[in-house]
Design a protein around this ligand. Sequence first.
Ligand code: NAD
Length: 414
Amino acid sequence: MAERINNYDNTNRLFDRAADAVELPEDQRLLLKTPFREVQVEVPVRMSDGNIEVFLGYRVQHNTARGPMKGGLRYHPHVDIDEARALASLMTWKTALVDVPFGGAKGGITCDPKELTEKELEHLTRRFTTRIGLAWGLHTDVPAPDVNTNAQIMAWIMDEYSQRYGYTPGIVTGKPLALGGSPGREAATGRGVSIITREATRDFGIELKGARIAIQGFGNVGSWTARILSEMGANIVAVSDASGGIYASDGLPIDDLFHYSYKRRTIERFGQGEAISNEDLLTLDCDILIPAALGGSITKDNAKDIKAKMVVEAANSPVTTIADAILEERGVIIVPDILANAGGVTVSYFEWVQNIQAFSWDETQVNDKLEGIMSRAYANVITTMKEMAVPMRTAAFAISIQRVAEAEKLRGGF
Ligand code: NAD
């Protein structure tokens, strides 16, 4: 039977495992699992050929007990309400884990941006904003970039929202610097992944200097992770994107590859390294595997063939629940997504704070504060993992669940 991938049930199974470990009462489980609000909108766009095409857009607002809801917008053919629910829930646990005053949300549009012209993409984004923006707000829900969305798309959202509700740069994060974006935001998720990888290699006996690392996905998260880990002395032996992968046993020239792909949005035809398929990259003989593309790439079918000693989840939900159990059984260390990729939402929080204060920080200040938050969150997870004698993922969820449960209880109202 095919394994169901990257859906709300999978996320809830991870939640339940940690809820069992902290003996969370049944009524609180229900409260914490049920999304606060779900919005679906029709997004009609007149295409450049004159026809009207109707897209569907979503926003799932999962939990608001600890603050305004926060989470990315994804433009992809696989976006649907179930995926948005799963990812919104992860955002609740992620923001709680790094202890920034946000809840969780996620959304997006079912579309293939590669098939759209720049103008169509802009119309789609603006129409989506007008239809769904009534559910957003500086103190309600603040979107950010995710797969196939970027600073330009955030700029259109900020502009469209501000035309309707007045100048509100803080309505989205991940904006261009010229519109109130934060220094360091673009690199933040990859920087956070690198900080957590550095801490985990130290604790689990892997020498980061010279460690052989394979990274699946070379978009915002994957490319910055590769660049920063390479600066830390790691050897990035393979990377891939939707076009395929490249491998070099002595390490790829990451700086050149970063600049190449930054302009072209692909690593295709880079011209160095051997070609490798995405499937082979995942099972490559390496020390650390970093999935940084879409969810559900490590499944029950390939988990037994993973050779890495450590998997650092830069993407959201890259390991299915069955694969998670297989890897755990095999002794592979899994650094969970809600910890590993929380650097993005952390610097999004800094951006939101700067926008509210109409005051900007410099990049060193941003990176130093990010370092502090990420290493503190990591240390908390390791302490909890040892105290509870559970895997790192369960420890991370346990910390978050207890924080959100406490906030819900103190706020009351039911
Ligand atoms: P992106 O759109 O910038 O990059 C996605 C990358 O994945 C691209 O290189 C794409 O070609 C590649 N890809 C797509 N399908 C693939 C496949 N089948 N095999 C290999 N590569 C494939 O997106 P991103 O912002 O880098 O997000 C990547 C992941 O990180 C997502 O799971 C996202 O939810 C998560 N994430 C992103 C952020 C952020 O700040 N952008 C924060 C936290 C988590």
